[in-house]
Design a protein around this ligand. Structure first.
Ligand code: NDP
Ligand code: 8X3
Length: 257
C-alpha cells in the first residue's frame, strides 16, 4: 500500500462536507494540504484545527473555481515548496433547484455547469501541466450516482455529473502512457450541506432528502478516496460507485416510516 505522507494534496470545496472530511483524513495520514473554496474563514478555521491536531502543513486558497483567471493565478503563484501537487481532489460542486427542465432557472443551470464542469476543467488543466512534466500524480474527480442515472428534476445537475464521468474517462485516455492516475468517485446520498444549497437554504426540505434512511457521511467518502490514492503504483481505480445500504438506485431508497 502507498502512503500520502508529506505529499501535497489539493482539495477544492474543502470548506464543507466531503472536501472538509478529505482534509481531515489526509491530514491524519500526514499529507501537506492545499485547501481551496470561496469561504476563506471556514478554510482558515479548518486549517488551524488540522495543524494543531495533526501537526501538518496546510495552505488555504480563496478560490472560485468558476473564474478561470483566478484558478490559473492561484496555481501559477504557488510558492516552489507547494508546486508539486501529487493528488488533486476535484470536489467543489453543487446542485441548484430540482425543477422540471421546462420550469428551470437559467442562473441555477449556469451555476451548476460553471462549477461542476468548467471549474473542474480549469483546475485540472492548471494542475496537470506540472503533473505531466513530472510524470506523476493522481486526479480524483467527484461525480455522483446522478451522473449514471438521471432522476426527475435532476436534469442539469445529472448532466453535469455525467460530464464529470465522461471527462474523467477521457482524461484517463489522454494520459495513457504516463504514470498519472485518474479516478471518478460516484457517491449516492451523503448528508452534507449539499441539499441546503440545492434548495436555496430551505432546511426543512433539505432534511427530507435523508429522512428515514441512513445516508453516507462525508467521512465515508473521504475514507474511500484515501484507499483509492494509496494503491500500488501500477493500480488505477478508474470508477467507484458508493451507496448507502438504504439506497439501490438514484431513485430507489428504503426509508423507515
Ligand atoms: P457541500 O455543500 O457540503 O460542499 C460543497 C463544497 O463545494 C463547499 O466547500 C463549497 O465551498 C464548494 N464550492 C461550491 N461552489 C464552489 C466554487 N464556485 N468554487 C469553489 N468551491 C466551491 O456538499 P458536498 O460535500 O456534498 O459536495 C461535494 C461534492 O460531492 C460536490 O461535487 C457534489 O456534487 C458531490 N456529491 C455530493 C453528494 C451528496 O449527496 N452530498 C452525492 C454525490 C456527489 P464554498 O461555498 O466555500 O466555495
Ligand atoms: C448527489 C446525490 O442523488 O442527490 O449527487 O443527486 S443526488
Amino acid at each position: 500500500m502507498g502512503s500520502v505522507q508529506d505529499q501535497i494534496v489539493a482539495i477544492t470545496g474543502a470548506s464543507s462536507g466531503i472536501g472538509a472530511s478529505c482534509a481531515k483524513y489526509f491530514a491524519a495520514a500526514g499529507a501537506k494540504l492545499l485547501l481551496a473554496a470561496r469561504r476563506l474563514s471556514r478554510l482558515q478555521e479548518l486549517a488551524a484545527e488540522l495543524r494543531q491536531e495533526y501537526d501538518v502543513e496546510v495552505k488555504t486558497i480563496p478560490l472560485d473555481v468558476r473564474d478561470r483567471t483566478q484558478v490559473e493565478n492561484a496555481i501559477e503563484s504557488l510558492p516552489p515548496e507547494w508546486r508539486n501537487i501529487e493528488i488533486l481532489i476535484n470536489n467543489a460542486g453543487l446542485s441548484r433547484g430540482r425543477d422540471p427542465l421546462q420550469d428551470g432557472h437559467y442562473q441555477d443551470w449556469e451555476e451548476m455547469i460553471d462549477t461542476n464542469v468548467k471549474g473542474l476543467l480549469y483546475v485540472s488543466r492548471a494542475v496537470l501541466t506540472d503533473m505531466v512534466a513530472r510524470n506523476s500524480g493522481h486526479i480524483v474527480n467527484i461525480g455522483s450516482i446522478a451522473g449514471r442515472q438521471p432522476y426527475p428534476g435532476g436534469n442539469v445537475y445529472c448532466g453535469s455529473k455525467a460530464a464529470v464521468k465522461s471527462i474523467t474517462e477521457g482524461l484517463k485516455q489522454d494520459l495513457l502512457g504516463t504514470a498519472i492516475k485518474v479516478t471518478c468517485i460516484e457517491p449516492g446520498l451523503v448528508e452534507t450541506e449539499f441539499s441546503q444549497v440545492r434548495f436555496h437554504g430551505d432546511t426543512e426540505r433539505a432534511k427530507k432528502t435523508y429522512e428515514g434512511l441512513t445516508p453516507l457521511t462525508p467521512d465515508d467518502i473521504a475514507d474511500v478516496i484515501l484507499f483509492v490514492v494509496t494503491r500500488a503504483a501500477h493500480v488505477n481505480i478508474s470508477d467507484m460507485l458508493v451507496l448507502p445500504v438504504d439506497q439501490a438506485t438514484a431513485t430507489m431508497t428504503h426509508r423507515q416510516q
